[in-house]
Design a protein around this ligand. Structure first.
Ligand code: BGC
Length: 743
């Protein structure tokens, strides 16, 4: 009986009425007792009002996390965590919501262990390859929506360390080697996420360009070079994206750990860039309280080794000034108001799985780079092909994904394991169940499609020989907590490709990597597509590109060198001896205390990526900014109007008969007195063109992008002199140029 009343419509209507009434009256009371809930006030005003009401203990609560197994003790409060990497309890008395943080580099992490689902987008480096700010926004927005649906209100994504060391195991989490491209792309991703009322993040600040010895190493780099390279990517990301959080990195810079480095946190970030929100440590990246506080660290994660009782005592003893302490709290509150976290708390809901797959596919289609297409081997014409050999490790079941704290859990588990058995584990490769073999079969239903893994070289050669075309899927797995031994493909895959190509010259290689890859077989194959870590809908996106339903438009966000020997550092500098004491139950204590430093000298300075190869005149495999299309483009009519922000205009024509999108790139060579590498990217425009169509393109060049960083004046300086502006399809193909004098 009771059950039927509860189920009755009138009961539910009454329930809803009561609910609405309660919410309204709560909102009214909240506005009366919590005047900072007035949305007409600015985030700064609102933060100042809350701060005034807070006790020292409440303030301390906001300045640290509640622990993570293996990295710190756990607080009893952790039971209220949403299951992500970080949890900061709210303060109900003041209506301050908790902060529920989750890693979310290319999708929401830890969905599996929490019984949830999230979409894996293409890796961040793939997003950068789209050079598409709208795609970047969509990328961030999808992550924001899925975080909210899971009950989170902060992302820990936003990786933008430059590809200074392409063997860095986290290169897939970052946005390539150019500071302007990386900075603008990460800013778009941050904006997309924050538009969903989720606190955004940018990381790992700064110069965390390799994983080997990351908790011990000390980076030495010339200050001007740092400001013009790695820090410029952060400068653009921070000033344009206005993230809620900046995560300081594990490593040392110029002798001090990044999370207690006054130059990085206060002088550059908070003063020069006017960053208004908060700095949080990487997990276990704190090493002090008073020193870190004075340097500008606002929040410790995941625990409270330094920013709990220790900091409180130091404040009470006057060792940490009250104003400095309050500023940390104010910044966190301010970020929460600015992002709408107070006014729009996350609402749990079912993730839009189908919509997510659609977004993932579309972004991957804009991210995969066509590197080679001899004699128009691509796109494949399903009506003319009778047989296809699909070859490569696990190409029958899945595509590889990036590991570490970026890892997104695949539905059903790791595709190479029995269903349900494939939990994601640290430092174990995860294959997403997006099957190239299946997608290709769907595209060519009347062709005979045969699979060979490549474990037996002769069997692979045999199926290749018997087919009209062979498609090899090759991969290189990467993860946080490791660097790659080399840029060459592991597991004899170079051999597989060479053998297949020898058996059938109509061989196409699809590479799934998170970074540059060397290709000793480049001249033997007909086509190459760099698919990166392609995400949840990877195989469909790749098949759409291979069969020409989508015209490739992406361009490389990093140089592919010919060999490791051509890199600025032919071998990665590692800690001379193991820094951590072997064994010991709590290695985090040793890390917190500080590990013995070893030196990593970035003597190449500003010469990151193409700037290095240009300056050193080293030929490369594929240059930065390179990528083909199924149509062709021409460039004409360059005009440069000098001024504060020079305007570069030119015409791009689609000289083929297929519609496409061309990323038209603009570079500048600075006057000789600047003593800079031969050129730098200063802007671009992605132009959509139908076959035969022409469009005029204008790129306004930000004065900063053609300036040098003057360390004496601590500012950007445009040197008077002759500037050559160049436009074209890649960093090594710039058919248009004009020199103008700038004052
Ligand atoms: C990583 C961060 C990550 C954090 C929380 C650290 O090990 O370096 O990128 O956000 O863990 O999982």
């Amino acid at each position: 009986m009771l059950f039927s009343i509860i189920q009755s419509k009138s009961f539910r209507a009454a329930q809803m009425f009561l609910g609405v009434a309660l919410t309204l009256s709560f909102a009214q009371t909240a506005a009366q007792t919590h005047p900072w809930m007035n949305t007409k006030l600015s985030p700064d005003e609102r933060a100042a009002m809350v701060l005034k009401e807070m006790t020292i203990d409440e303030k301390i609560t906001l300045l640290h996390g509640t622990g993570m197994a293996g990295l710190s003790p756990l607080s009893p409060e952790i039971v209220h965590s949403n299951g992500g990497a970080g949890y900061v309890p709210g303060i109900p008395r003041l209506g301050i919501p908790p902060i529920q943080m989750s890693d979310a580099a290319y999708g929401v992490r830890m969905s599996g262990e929490n019984g949830r689902y999230s979409t894996a987008l293409t890796s961040c480096v793939g997003a950068a390859a789209s050079w598409d700010l709208d795609a970047g926004f969509e990328y961030g927005a999808l992550i924001g929506r899925e975080l909210r649906a899971q009950g989170y209100n902060m992302t820990l994504g936003g990786g933008v360390n430059l590809t200074r060391e392409p063997r860095n195991g986290r290169t897939f989490e970052y946005m390539g080697e150019d500071p302007v491209l990386a900075g603008k792309m990460v800013a778009s991703v941050i904006k997309g996420t924050q538009a969903q009322h989720v606190l955004g993040d940018i990381k790992h600040y700064a110069l965390n360009d390799q994983e080997s010895g990351r908790n011990a190493l000390n980076v030495n780099i010339d200050t001007r070079a740092a400001r013009e390279s790695d820090l410029l990517a952060f400068e653009i990301g921070v000033t344009e994206g206005e993230p809620a959080g900046v995560m300081c990195s594990y490593n040392r810079v110029h002798g001090d750990y990044a999370c207690e480095n006054k130059w990085l946190l206060t002088d550059v970030l908070k003063k020069d860039w006017n960053f208004k929100n908060f700095v949080l440590t990487d997990w276990g990246g704190a090493h002090s309280s008073a020193k870190a506080s004075a340097a500008g660290l606002d929040h410790e994660e995941p625990g409270w080794i330094f920013y709990g009782d220790t900091l409180k005592k130091e404040v009470e003893a006057g060792k940490v000034p009250q104003a400095e302490f309050d500023d940390h709290v104010r910044r966190i509150l301010r970020a929460m108001f600015a992002t709408g976290v107070f006014d729009n708390p996350p609402e749990r809901s079912v993730v839009d799985v189908v919509g997510g797959l659609e977004v993932a596919r579309k972004i991957e289609e804009q991210s995969a780079v066509l590197l080679k297409n001899d004699h128009g081997i691509l796109p494949l014409d399903a009506s003319k092909i009778h047989s296809i050999a699909v070859i490569g490790p696990h190409a029958d079941v899945g595509m590889i994904s990036g590991g570490g704290s970026a890892q997104v859990d695949p539905p059903g588990g790791n595709a190479i394991m029995p269903p349900g058995k494939g939990q994601t584990r640290w430092l174990e490769p995860v294959w997403f169940p997006t099957s190239p073999l299946k997608s290709i079969r769907e595209k060519a239903p009347s062709a005979k499609v045969v699979f060979a893994s490549g474990s037996d070289l002769n069997a692979a050669a045999d199926v290749a020989k018997a087919a009209d075309v062979a498609i090899v899927f090759a991969y290189q797995w990467e993860s946080e907590d490791m660097d790659l031994p080399s840029l060459s493909l592991p597991e004899h895959q170079d051999e597989i490709i060479a053998k297949v190509a020898a058996a059938n010259p109509r061989t196409i290689v699809v590479v799934e990597t998170g970074t540059a890859v060397t290709m000793p077989w480049v001249d033997q194959v007909g086509g190459i597509l760099e698919a990166w870590y392609a995400g949840s809908a990877g195989s469909d996106a790749v098949a759409n590109l291979l069969f020409g339903e989508v015209n490739p438009s992406a361009k490389l966000p990093m140089t592919f060198p010919k060999s490791d020997a051509d890199l600025p550092h032919p071998t990665i500098v590692k800690a001379p001896k193991r820094s951590l004491v072997e064994g010991g139950a709590e290695p985090w204590k040793q890390i917190a205390a500080g590990l013995p430093a070893f030196q990593v000298n970035y003597d190449e300075g500003v010469k990151v990526g193409y700037k290095w190869y240009d300056a050193e005149k080293k030929p490369v495999l594929f240059p930065f900014g390179y990528g083909l299309s199924y149509t062709t483009y021409s460039y004409s009519n360059l005009k440069v109007v000098a001024g504060k922000t020079p305007r570069v205009t030119f015409t791009v024509t689609n000289t083929g008969n297929r519609a496409g999108a061309e990323i038209a790139e603009v570079y500048a060579a600075l006057p000789a007195a600047a003593n800079e590498p031969p050129k730098r990217l200063v802007g671009w425009s992605k132009v959509k063109l139908n076959g035969g169509e022409s469009k005029d393109v204008t790129v306004e060049v930000d004065a900063k992008y053609i300036s040098i960083f003057n360390t004496d004046q601590n500012g950007w300086q445009l040197l008077p002199g002759e500037y050559t502006f160049m436009a074209g399809p890649s960093s090594q193909d710039l058919p248009l140029k004009e020199t103008v004098s700038l004052k």
